[in-house]
Design a binder for this molecule. Structure first.
Ligand code: SF4
Length: 228
């Protein structure tokens, strides 16, 4: 464990408690320079947009699982083409076909934890090993598992600082930022997918339903393992 990073995160979390997301990201850029990476699921381009304002040229990581909707890949490409960011497209060690050959077809349906470990967590950890700090778009209201998300925390598992600059944002805050800034939005959001993951594990939800209830619906799984 790095005591310095832990103390840095704790001190920053207190000092930035009321800071705007851009202020948090600007602090991160100033503190970590090029050893800062922003993750983006491409459900919308809000976090890359904020990061581009605070830290032009910043690395933005997309986990290209091989199972994404075409709309998500299109959002990724449009965000990368229109914002001053450096997109890093991380892929799993195995293609879907290679994974099928080793573990059998549709591992996601039989063992989603294993599938997420192979296609999301391993690539994330591999890329993050080259940085000192990473940024997520986790918001507290998204799920009970996220309710206590701090703005800045020490990620002991990876010995890094983890920043969650939009943790306090409500859906209304996010929508307002998107509207006010002309931020790109994944078209699936307009088709009953308020939370977007891999195609086989994301279902449409009805208006008024829990936005994340379409993720791994019926399996009991609620997180992919990136934040737990
Ligand atoms: Fe596999 Fe589904 Fe996890 Fe994507 S969300 S990595 S398809 S289990």
């Amino acid at each position: 464990m790095s005591t310095d990073l832990k103390m840095l995160a704790e001190e920053a979390n207190e000092r930035l408690a009321d800071a705007t997301p851009v202020e948090v990201l600007a602090w991160a850029r100033e503190t970590f320079g090029d050893e800062l990476v922003v993750t983006a699921s491409m459900a919308d381009g809000a976090l890359p947009h904020l990061a581009a304002e605070a830290a032009p040229g910043v690395d933005v990581l997309f986990l290209d699982t091989g199972y994404h909707f075409a709309e998500t890949i299109g959002t990724r490409d449009a965000v990368a083409a229109t914002l001053p960011i450096n997109l890093i497209n991380a892929t799993p060690k195995q293609t879907v076909a290679e994974q099928d050959a080793e573990y059998g077809k549709d591992l996601f349906a039989r063992d989603p934890d294993k599938c997420c470990a192979l296609r999301k967590v391993e690539p994330l950890n591999r890329v993050l090993s080259g940085y000192k700090a990473w940024v997520t778009g986790v918001r507290r209201e998204e799920a009970p598992t996220r309710a206590n998300t701090p703005i800045v925390e020490y990620d002991a598992k990876r010995d890094m600082v983890k920043l969650n600059p939009i943790a306090p944002w409500t859906q209304e805050d996010l929508d307002a930022y998107i509207t006010d800034n002309g931020v790109l939005v994944n078209l699936l959001q307009y088709d009953g997918y308020p939370s977007i993951g891999c195609q086989p594990c994301t279902k449409q939800v009805a208006p008024g339903e829990d936005p994340r209830s379409g993720r791994w619906a019926g399996s009991g799984k609620v997180e992919c393992g990136l934040h737990t």
